[in-house]
Ligand binder design. Structure first.
Ligand code: MSS
Length: 366
């Protein structure tokens, strides 16, 4: 096997044994590393950056970081220091890259070959966006999107629109959105968007803008390439464009983290089949597990704390597994009755893979 790539400087605090470094801007949590806790430790949470990480200088004086709020009745710039006086809420949320599960597409879409580890369950604290908007007189008339802009310094000589990380979500997403300065009980690390990050619960990773410097209520979607052409669900063989749906709300998904082939052969006998399940916008209602590749299913038990509708739940099914080879699969259902599908939705860039068949694992019990 090729030598593991080193952790990039801004992510040097990561647990090298728990992650796969794909590149200096893409780091994945190992499937075997999700562990027994419901919250993903910051030291092993995945990273995905579209641009080089900003300088550490931006987290030297976190409270001085400012975000410009526009598209409200009384637009103004607010520092983190001021935001901290305006409200405080905590939300536990699955942060998942739109491309998580891309490696399972047989069409081999270009982009990072994430399996399951471009996801984690994270606790965020900050001020509700709706409180900020209320303090600024409400959303200006005619605005239907909430558009966040990342604070990266853009590479010189390029059209800013071609590289800027700027995303628009429907205004309705404001209800549960936060401007967060804390993650898993600590100031948000630079790697994850400190000093201030927009959190849009239930929406795929890209909509959660790091080092946010501008939050604008707009009548139109952003014209930044990452919004207009990137992250679109386009049919295989065709490029993304504004007519195709954008990656936004996540839907019901689960996968097994143990036992998996990486664990090596299991001793035969009683086995705990464990994994995680989430519903995106809706809480998870239940999870079924199959040991025969989906021919038959048994209801698993939800274990561990319920941290709210946007968090994931851990599940366990005990099974007697005599010597042999098994195809382990999990299939989650959310409270609205949506069932995790067997097949992926084919698309050019390998987004939104929720297929239970793709996430199944083959294990040999010795
Ligand atoms: N933000 C900014 N500012 N920049 C960038 O690049 N990216 C995205 C988000 N945000 C970015 C941002 C993505 S794309 C993702 S996933 C996320 O983020 C991740 O996170 P972390 O913390 O993990 O790194 Mo896909 O859909």
């Amino acid at each position: 096997a090729p030598a593991a790539k080193p952790l990039p400087g801004y992510a040097s605090f990561k647990n090298a044994d728990a992650v796969i470094v794909h590149s200096s801007t893409t780091i994945e949590t190992k499937r075997s590393a999700f562990g027994a806790g419901v919250v993903t430790p910051t030291s092993q949470l995945y990273v995905r950056n579209n641009l080089p990480t900003p300088s550490e200088a931006i987290v030297a004086d976190r409270d001085a970081w400012a975000v410009q709020i526009d598209g409200v009745k009384k637009p103004r710039q607010l520092s983190v220091r001021e935001l901290k006086t305006m409200g405080l809420e905590t939300v536990t949320m699955v942060l998942q890259c739109s491309g998580n599960g891309r490696a399972f597409f047989p069409s081999k879409p270009s982009g990072t070959q994430w399996t399951v580890g471009a996801a984690g369950c994270v606790v965020w604290s900050g001020v509700p966006v709706r409180d900020v908007v209320k303090a600024l007189g409400g959303v200006a008339d005619g605005m239907v999107y909430m558009t966040g802009t990342g604070g990266e310094v853009l590479p010189a000589g390029l059209d800013p629109k071609s590289v800027l990380v700027e995303r628009s979500v429907p205004l309705s997403a404001m209800e549960d959105a936060l401007l967060a300065w804390e993650m898993n009980g600590e100031p948000v690390p630079l790697a994850h968007g400190g000093p201030l990050r927009l959190i849009v619960p239930g929406y795929t990773g890209v909509n959660n803008i790091k080092y946010i410097k501008q939050l604008v209520f707009t009548a139109k979607e952003s014209e930044a390439h990452i919004m207009s052409h990137g992250y679109r669900i386009s049919p295989p063989g065709s490029k993304g464009d504004p007519s195709q749906p954008s990656v936004q709300e996540m839907s019901v998904k689960s996968w097994i983290n143990s036992p998996i082939p990486e664990d090596g052969n299991q001793a035969s006998g009683l086995v705990q089949i464990q994994g995680v399940a989430f519903g995106g916008m809706n809480a998870v209602k239940g999870v079924e597990v199959s040991i025969d590749g989906g021919k038959t299913w048994k209801q698993a038990r939800l274990v561990g704390p319920d941290m709210g509708r946007y968090a994931w739940r851990q599940f366990v099914l005990q099974a007697q597994l005599p010597k042999g080879t098994y195809q382990l699969a999990s299939r989650a259902t959310d409270v609205k009755g949506n069932v995790q599908p067997e097949t992926r939705g084919e698309n050019q860039s390998g987004y939104n893979n929720t297929s239970w068949a793709d996430h199944a694992v083959t294990v040999t019990v010795a």
